[in-house]
Ligand binder design. Sequence first.
Ligand code: ME8
Length: 743
Amino acid sequence: MTESTTSKRFYISTPIYYVNARPHLGHAYSTIVCDAIARRKRALGFETWFLTGTDEHGQKIERSAKLAGRTPREFADAIAGEFRGLWDKLGLTYDDFIRTTEPRHMKSVQHLFATLRDRGFIYKGSYTGQYCVSDEAWIDGPAGTVCPDCGRATETVSEENYFFKLSAFERKLLEFYEANPEFMGPESTRREVMSFVRGGLKDLSVSRTSFTWGIPVPGDEKHVVYVWLDALANYITALGYGTDQDQNFKKFWPADIHLIGKEISRFHCVYWPAFLMAAGIPLPKSVRANGWLLFDLSKMSKSRGNIVRAETVAEVLGADALRYYLLREIPFGQDGNFSFDALVQRYNADLANGYGNLVSRVVNMVHKYFGGVLPDAGVATAAETALRATTEKALADYDAAFESLSFSEVLKSLWQVVAETDGYLTANAPWKKPADRSDADHSALQARVLATAAEAIRVITALVYPILPEATAKVWRQLGLGELADAAKNAFLTNIRWGGLTPGTTFGEPAPLFPRAEKDAVERMQNIEDQNSKSAIEAASNGEVVEQPEKPASPEAPKVAAPVAKPVQEAPKPAAPPAPVAPAPVPAAAAPVSAAPIATSPDLKGHDFSRAETAATTEGALAPEGVAGGPAAESDQITIDDFIKVDLRVAQVIVAERVPKADKLLRLEVDLGYEKRQILAGIAQFYEPEKLVGRKIVIVANLAPRKMRGLESKGMLLAASLPDGNPVLASFLEEVPLGARLK
Ligand code: ME8
C-alpha cells in the first residue's frame, strides 16, 4: 500500500456484496478491515473516501428473487437495507454506499460500455459455452463441466454477445504487474494472477441476452451488461465517472486500495485493469486480498450453513470485541478460523483482563490518590525509562506494520506495552506503602508510577483507535483528553509521541470498558445464532425474503477458471470436485422428505411442516402425492432398523437425456462405483439433462426395479421439495466417493 505523495487523499473500497444473502461475518471482516484503514488515514489528516455497497444485478439475483417469490427489485431492496443497517450498527464509517441498481451507477456503466465500444475494444459475436451462475463467471470446457471455483454445475449458454478484447491486454497486463509489484497482494494472489494471465487470455463476453435483470447495453437494449463489468465499475461510478458530477472522480481516483476476498482476485487484477486500460482510465494503486474466515474449519458461507452473524458478537461482547478478534487473530491475507470459544478467551485475556483492566486500575488510582488530577511524574528511574523504550518501539513499528496491513502485528506490539505496563504497576505497587517509606517518598512514587502508566496508556489508546474506536473514545475521556473523534478530525495520529499528557489534567470518571465475559457468553451467542437460523426458516416458509444460498466454498481451490472461449487444454484447472449443484446443502442423511425452501441450515426445527408439500422424491415419473407432507405422527415413526433397510448411496450421473414423448421424464445412467445402472426420474421440467452430467447425487439403491414407458428404472433420486413443488437434488459440499452409503 502506498500513500499518495502529491496529496493527502486516500480512497479505499470493499467489494460490493451480492444481495442474494444477508451479511455474515465474512462480509463484516472485509468491511471492518477497510474501516480500520480509513479511520487511521483520516486520523493522519488524509481526505479519505471509503466506499462500500451492494451488487444487485445478474442471473443469480434474478433467480434468488424468484425463489423467494419477490421481484428482483424488492429482493435487492430488502437485502441491501440489511447490509447498510448492519454497517451502521457496527459504527462503520463508510462515506458512500453504492447500489448497482441506482440510476447514477447505471448511467455511468452505460457510459463506460459506450467508451469501450467507441475505442474499439468491444465487438459483437456469438458464443456457446459454459457459465457458472453462482460465480457469474464464464468457464472453459464442454457441457457438463463443473465450475472449478465453486464446484457447481455450469450451464450451457448460447447467445449473441458483445465481446471485450481481453486478449489484447495479455502482454500489457504482465508488463504492468512486473513494473508495479505493489499492485496486488498478498504474494500468493500475485503469483496466482500472473500465472493465470501467462496461461493466455481470450476475449471475454460482456453482455447477456437470456435474462433482463441488468443494465441495458446502450443502443442495443436487448443485451444487458455482464454483471462483473457492471459491478467492477462501481469503484468509479460511485465517484461520478462519466457524469457532469465527477468532482469525486477527479479528486479520489485512482483508488489506493481495493480490498477484496481472495476468491475474486482474477476479476479485480485481470479484468478490471484491462477494462480501465481500454477505457483510458488510470489503474487503481493496489488490490489487497483478505483470506477466508473459516467456521468449523471450512469457509464461512451461506451455502454451507456455517455462518455467524456480526450482530450476534456485537450484541454480546460489543463491536470493538469483534474488530479486535478479527484483526488480532487472523494474520491479514491468510485464512483463519472463527470460534466462539477462542473469541471469548481472547476477549477476556486481552480486552477485559488486559487493556480494560489496566485502564481501570490507573484511572481509579489517579482518582483515589490524586483526586482525579494527573500528578507530575518527576524524575524517571530505570523502570520508567524501560517502559518508555518499549512504548517508543511500538510507536516506531506502528506505521510500517499498519501500512502493510499487518494488523495482528500492530496489536501484538501494542499488547506488549499493555503487558509491560501491567508488570510495571505490579512491580511498583503504588497502592502499597512499605513501613520504611516516608509519606512524601510514597506520594512521589505514586505520582511517578501513575503518570508514567497513564502516558503509556495514552499512546496505546491513540494507536489502537482505528481498531477499537468505541473503547478508545471512552479511555480518551477518562484520561481527560476530551473527544477522540474531534482529535481524529484534527489528525492527532500525526503527532503521537511519548510525553503528551500534561500534569494537572483532570481525569474523567472511570467507566467500565470491557466487562469480563461470563461462562455463558459462548452459549448466549450460540443461542442467538440458533434463533436467527430458525427465524430465517420461518420467514422462508411464510414466503418472506430470506437469504438465498450462495456459492459453496471451493476447498482451497485456486481461482483459475479461464475466461470465455479459451481452449480447454490451456486452462490450468485443479481437479474440481464434481458438482455440488443443489443451491442448498442437504444434510447427508436427509430422508426423502421435504426441506424448508432454504435448507441452508441443517437445523430445520423452526420449519412450518404443517403444509402439505409435493413429493420430494423423483423416482420414476412421480411419487405419490403427499409423501413429503408433514412430520411423521408418532405412530408413523420408524426405528433405526427400518431406516437401515433403505440403501442410500452416492452416485454420479454419466448420461442424462429426455425420454421421447414423456414431458416429465429423464433417463439417467448413473455410476455407483461398483456398478452402473439406469434410473428414470420425473425432473425433466426442472433440470436440463446436460446440466446433470457429472453431478453427484443420492439415490435409493435397493428400490425394486420398475418399468416406465418400456424402460426399466433401478432406483430413485433424492431431492428436497420447494413449496412450489420444484425439486432440488440432494448433493454434497465435500468430495465423496461413488457408492458411499448414507446412514
Ligand atoms: O463476490 N471470509 O460478492 P459476495 C472472508 N459481488 N471474506 C469473506 C467471506 C469469508 N468467509 N465471505 C465473504 C461478490 N467475504 C461480488 C463482488 S466486487 C466488484 C463484486 C467477503 O457477496 C470477501 O471480501 O460473494 C469476499 O470477496 C466478499 O465478501 C464476497 O462477497
